[in-house]
Design a protein around this ligand. Structure first.
Ligand SMILES: Cc1cc2nc3c(=O)[nH]c(=O)nc-3n(C[C@H](O)[C@H](O)[C@H](O)COP(=O)(O)O)c2cc1C
Length: 194
């Protein structure tokens, strides 16, 4: 079966560092035979979680917005790649909005005990400071992936990305992101690929 790779971009910059890294990772995945879907979270209509706990009953969120597209894709994904810029040593607010709304998928797994087929996750983070702190963001996105039933496998950290073209100008970083996309597809089907 064709692996399905879902990518989330939590930056509001359409062609910034996270967007570029995600684009390259998805290209690498497609070149390796995957089908992909991309969600640029900053341009979607996503409301914050209201902690109503309604999802604890049926695993469905009562809010009606673009999250319905994301829930479907995340449930069908073999691979989830989450990209976020570092904001104040954590993930961006756009990323966090979507992460919190995935409480509905967490409820399916952890409250209602509805299993999903195995899925693999990658975390991609970029920050301006050469000595930026990534640990908060990694910890939060690992918890997110595990919570929705995806095993975190890879983390790519890009410090020093102080301009929006930093990644676009680095063939090395873009190649690393493509390699990440390929590696994630390999995890879904280690057999036929060299
Ligand atoms: C609100 C805000 C907070 C930020 N906080 C940090 C930070 O704590 N540490 C850091 O190294 N860079 C920080 N940055 C810089 C971004 O992480 C960096 O420019 C990143 O490459 C942006 O990625 P993008 O082009 O995908 O949006 C911050 C930027 C913004 C807009």
């Amino acid at each position: 079966m064709t692996p399905f790779v879902v990518g989330l971009n939590g930056s509001p910059r359409r062609e910034g560092n996270s967007a570029t890294l995600l684009g390259e990772a998805l290209q690498g995945a497609e070149a390796h035979g995957a089908r992909t879907a991309r969600f640029d979270l900053a341009f979607m209509n996503i409301s914050p979680c209201t902690a109503c706990d309604e999802c604890f009953s049926f695993g469905e969120c009562v809010l009606e917005d673009d999250m319905s597209l994301l829930y479907k894709a995340l449930e069908e994904a073999d691979v989830v790649i989450v990209c976020s810029p570092i904001y104040f040593s954590g993930i961006s607010s756009y990323t966090k909005l979507a992460v919190d709304r995935c409480q509905a998928l967490w409820a399916r797994r952890k409250v209602l005990c509805v299993p999903r087929r195995p899925g693999h996750g990658a975390i991609v983070l970029c920050a301006a400071q050469p000595d930026a702190r990534f640990d908060n963001a990694v910890s939060e996105l690992r918890a997110f992936l595990l919570g929705i039933g995806i095993a975190p496998k890879e983390v790519m950290r890009v410090p020093g990305a102080g301009t929006r073209t930093y990644v676009r100008e680095s063939e090395e970083l873009r190649a690393s992101a493509r390699a990440l996309g390929r590696a994630m597809v390999n995890l879904t089907n280690p057999g036929p690929w060299p």
